[in-house]
Design a protein around this ligand. Structure first.
Ligand code: ACO
Length: 337
């Protein structure tokens, strides 16, 4: 007889990939009116990885996905969901291409666009696939190449972002298993859509007839306004999932938040009343990798010994849309690749 409860998504594989080229703050400062001191003190970022010309988001995603499948001890998943704001092309979606590169056959594959919260939205979509019986295992990938959409002359965004990809494998399981994911909370507020945006290239402001130009194809952000929103929203969502899971904030072993700015991470911890030592910091080495940020930070925490099997993890994110969310997770005994 079919169970009355939908299956619980269980995390059973994790992988990450960063393009090899590293750009330090010093290197960035040579062509931009900024400095290592400003970037470090205002953001906590020391360096970032940047994809070589010719490398697209799907190339990074395939590398991360291969590693996640290997970590799960398999070479197959029944569905693939990609969170990204920097698809290979505006049309079609990038996920089917990744599925084909991985040899997954004709599995369902789609892109999810929720900017820096994209990975959490993709996790929820993956959980939905499992609950609907559409798949027994789902590959969830977060990948972005922001270097392609940053204005080379804009110091307020160029210093912040890096390229990368992270991926997890979810399988249908039960709530008492190691790796059990949930609850998740997700939210949006479109009244803040202008705070984080790429103004041109969509249907609102397409290519100008008669020219091949877009009026502004670059990523723009009102950093100060985003900062306050990000802190309050991530703290509230994290508290919600910790309480719903029955842990309370004091029961969180590690907070793995979207890595935008170390001042945001510590402000979230302070607002929650969580010791800063329980807040994982990865951005010093990679910057803000957008949809890849959460899975890459999880992989870094697990690989560095900051996460042990059984740990109570809360992950949260905030990004353009505006969008935000959080998820609780019992850390499984997996080795990230
Ligand atoms: N180097 C030197 N000076 C800089 C730089 C830089 N790289 N960037 C900005 N400045 C200058 C500004 O021009 C400004 O100068 P002015 O006073 O002469 O105008 C001054 O520094 C202060 O700028 P602020 O924007 O007030 O600096 P702030 O301390 O707020 O830091 C930052 C800016 C890092 C962007 C911060 O606001 C932030 O982290 N915001 C949140 C980002 C975030 O959370 N993003 C998540 C979502 S991202 C997504 O969804 C893709």
């Amino acid at each position: 007889m079919a169970s009355a409860h939908p299956p619980t998504p269980v995390l059973c594989g994790l992988g990450g990939w960063l393009p090899p080229r590293i750009v330090t703050n010093e290197e960035l400062s040579r062509g931009l009116d900024t400095s290592d001191t400003w970037i470090r003190t205002r953001t906590g970022i020391g360096r970032r990885h940047v994809a070589e010309p010719g490398t697209a988001t799907s190339d990074l995603a395939v590398e991360a996905a291969r590693r996640a499948l290997k970590s799960a001890g398999t070479d197959h998943a029944d569905a693939l969901i990609l969170a990204t704001t920097t698809p290979d092309r505006p049309c079609p979606a990038t996920a089917p291409l990744i599925a084909a590169e991985l040899g997954l056959g004709t599995v369902p594959a789609l892109d999810v666009g929720a900017v820096c919260t994209g990975f959490l939205y993709a996790l929820a979509t993956g959980a939905g696939f499992l609950a609907a019986g559409l798949a027994g295992t789902v590959l969830v990938v977060g990948a972005d190449t922001y270097s392609r959409i940053l204005d080379p002359a804009d110091r307020s965004t160029r210093a912040l972002f890096g390229d990368g990809a992270g991926a997890v494998v979810l399988r249908a399981g039960t709530a008492d298993e190691p790796g059990a994911l949930g609850p998740l909370v997700l939210a949006s507020d479109g009244t803040g859509a202008d705070l984080i945006r790429v103004p041109s290239g969509g249907s609102r402001d397409p290519v100008r007839p008669g020219t091949a130009h877009l009026s502004d194809p670059y990523f723009r952000m009102e950093g100060k306004k985003v900062f306050r929103n990000a802190v309050e929203r991530m703290a509230a969502a994290s508290r919600q999932v910790a309480e719903r899971r029955g842990w309370g904030v004091e029961g969180i072993d590690l907070l793995v938040a979207h890595q935008a700015n170390v001042r945001i991470l510590y402000a979230v911890a302070d607002l929650l009343g969580l010791p800063r030592s329980r807040c994982h910091v990865h951005l010093d080495r990679v910057g803000n990798t957008a949809a890849a940020s959460v899975p890459l930070a999880l992989a870094d925490a697990a690989a560095g010994g900051a996460l042990r099997p059984g740990d109570r993890v809360v992950t949260c994110a905030f990004g353009g849309g505006l969008t935000w969310g959080a998820a609780a997770l019992n850390w499984p005994g997996i080795s990230p690749h």
